[in-house]
Design a protein around this ligand. Structure first.
Ligand code: ADP
Ligand code: MG
Length: 238
């Protein structure tokens, strides 16, 4: 059984078709990278999986269960966006624990979870600070910590590193890879960074104009692109 299955998903915004019959099955523990040009529908697909946007037709299954019409809170998913909004009036600790509090996780467990992710992300010394007292990279770690505090079946990352400078991006990329290896979680990750895609992915899905053009290992995509578009976008420069 797949951890996440997307069946014939379509999404229209008024008269515009943004997702056009997207089907995709992701294995448990798999790191799937979603790439494609700006505006091709990546975020729309992520938002649909998270339940933030109702779909026009098609199905979304998590762990074999049809969640298509469930609210975000009823789906076992955590999400990190590009523009990570931390709560400015809360401490780092409060920000990380917020999602757990929403889900009525008892205080002792919340505290344990905060300690665990803070240790993992090396932000233990920052727990009592406010977001305004943090650097961009530290804030990004907190946003990630908020997602990791829960142990959902699936993590969704939508260009989580695109606001960081190059050095931090490389550092966080390594961190994310380690996290995945250590936790063995299922991840769907959007990026426009080709190196990020090649180094992180078990498989890559290349999207164009609301459709998946090719789904394969980094090797397959790079060496054996199915069409000129994929070759131009991800393939070898030969
Ligand atoms: P990507 O993440 O690949 O850059 P998006 O999924 O954000 O692309 O957007 C895909 C298309 O859907 C774009 O043409 C965008 O303008 C449109 N779109 C996204 N969200 C909305 C919305 N809430 N209302 C109307 N159109 C939208
Ligand atoms: Mg996007």
């Amino acid at each position: 059984m797949s951890a996440l299955e997307i069946q014939h998903l379509c999404k229209d915004f008024s008269s515009t078709q943004v997702l056009k019959d997207v089907s995709l099955a992701i294995d448990s523990g798999e790191f799937l990278i979603l790439v494609g040009p700006s505006g091709c529908g990546k975020s729309t697909l992520m938002n649909a999986i998270a339940g933030l946007e109702p779909v026009t037709s098609g199905k979304i299954l998590i762990g074999g269960e049809d969640v298509t019409w469930r609210t975000p809170a009823e789906r076992d998913i955590a999400m990190v966006f590009q523009s990570y909004a931390l709560y400015p009036s809360m401490t780092v600790r409060g920000n990380i624990a917020f999602g757990l509090e929403m889900r009525k996780v008892p205080k002792v467990e919340r505290e344990q979870a905060v300690e665990r992710v803070a240790d993992l992300l090396q932000i233990s010394h920052l727990l009592d600070r406010k977001p305004s007292q943090l650097s961009g990279g530290q804030r990004q770690r907190v946003a990630m910590g908020r997602a990791l505090a829960r142990e959902p079946q699936i993590y969704l990352f939508d260009e989580p590193l695109s606001n960081l400078d190059a050095k931090l991006r490389v550092e966080m990329r390594t961190e994310i890879k380690k996290l995945h290896q250590r936790l063995g979680t299922t991840i769907v990750y959007v990026t426009h960074d080709q190196i990020e895609a090649m180094t992180l992915a078990d498989r890559i899905a290349v999207m164009r104009d609301g459709q998946i053009q090719q789904l394969g290992t980094p090797n397959e995509i790079y060496n054996d692109p199915v069409n000129v578009f994929v070759a131009g976008f991800m393939g070898s420069p030969s």
